[in-house]
Ligand binder design. Structure first.
Ligand SMILES: Nc1ncnc2c1ncn2[C@@H]1O[C@H](COP(=O)(O)OP(=O)(O)OP(=O)(O)O)[C@@H](O)[C@H]1O
Ligand SMILES: [Mg+2]
Length: 252
């Protein structure tokens, strides 16, 4: 079954006070890495909540549009059903269990697997992230931020998701460790065929690794295309890459 995600004309409101998402269209092809960019409050997390069936929890509502996952319309599906269909998530803030060991955290993610598959999936995660293997018995809260992000990714990957949704991959992490994590994401996509939708404020970094990108502004997609197209767009340069728009008019 295809792993793709297709969002059509999606609108979302919280408490019916305006639209947090306004007729958003977005496509994550099978095996693709798609970056969702935008400033604070643009609607990135809202889109992830809508896709993962977690809007209710935050008093949000879909007012328009449809979400297709693996060929099925899933707009009304509860979160647990979506997880079983193959959605894996690294939520904003990572939400790992700090007092549990690395391996115990991974076993939480493995709860949806048949018991016989757990050991081989643990081995798969340890191969992807050797640092987690070295620290498997350590309390998760004692690891560095980058290692905790690897753990959050590993916990999502252990359930063999078809689609991985990552909110704020780079938040609070040094650029070097973020590059390392993105490289692992590329390996994951290549080796498992998993599709990835990654929310990112660091546009430059995300565009190095993603295939396509969407820029959200106040709930609307204002720019989308291949990573190269988005990287070279004057809008993204002025808004996110710290470069001024080149003036096209005559100089005074
Ligand atoms: N639970 C909520 N109740 C009411 N409004 C909300 C709620 N969560 C988000 N919003 C509003 O919806 C809009 C989009 O917020 P969202 O959290 O999706 O943005 P974001 O792009 O993820 O921002 P950030 O980069 O700060 O994480 C904002 O105006 C925000 O104030
Ligand atoms: Mg957010």
């Amino acid at each position: 079954m295809s792993a793709e995600l297709r969002i059509e004309e999606l609108s979302v409101t919280y408490n019916r006070k305006g639209l947090a998402l306004d007729q958003v269209n977005l496509h994550v092809p099978q095996g693709g890495i798609v970056a969702l960019l935008g400033a604070n409050g643009a609607g990135k997390t809202t889109l992830i909540r809508a896709v993962t069936g977690l809007l209710d929890l935050h008093h949000g509502q879909i007012t328009n549009g449809q979400i297709h996952f693996a060929g099925t319309p899933v707009r009304h599906f509860p979160a647990h059903k979506l997880v079983r269909m193959g959605m894996g998530q690294v939520p904003e803030g990572r939400l790992i269990f700090k007092h549990l060991s690395v391996e115990e955290n991974l076993r939480v993610g493995a709860a949806i697997l048949p018991r016989r598959a757990v050991q081989s999936q643990l081995a798969m995660v340890y191969e992807l992230f050797p640092r987690l293997s070295e620290r498997r018995h350590q309390a998760a809260g004692l690891m560095s931020g980058g290692e905790q992000q690897m753990l959050a990714l590993g916990r999502a990957m252990i359930g063999k998701p078809k689609l991985l949704l990552v909110d704020e991959l780079s938040l609070g992490l040094a650029p070097l460790i973020v590059s390392e994590i993105y490289q692992q994401l590329q390996v994951i996509c290549k080796t498992t065929g998993t599709s990835v939708l990654v929310v990112e404020q660091n546009a430059k970094l995300a565009l190095e690794f993603a295939h396509t990108a969407y820029l959200l502004q106040r709930g609307q997609v204002v720019l989308s295309g291949s990573a190269a197209e988005v990287l070279h767009s004057p809008d993204i340069k002025s808004a996110y890459l710290g470069e001024a728009k080149t003036s096209t008019g005559p100089t005074p």
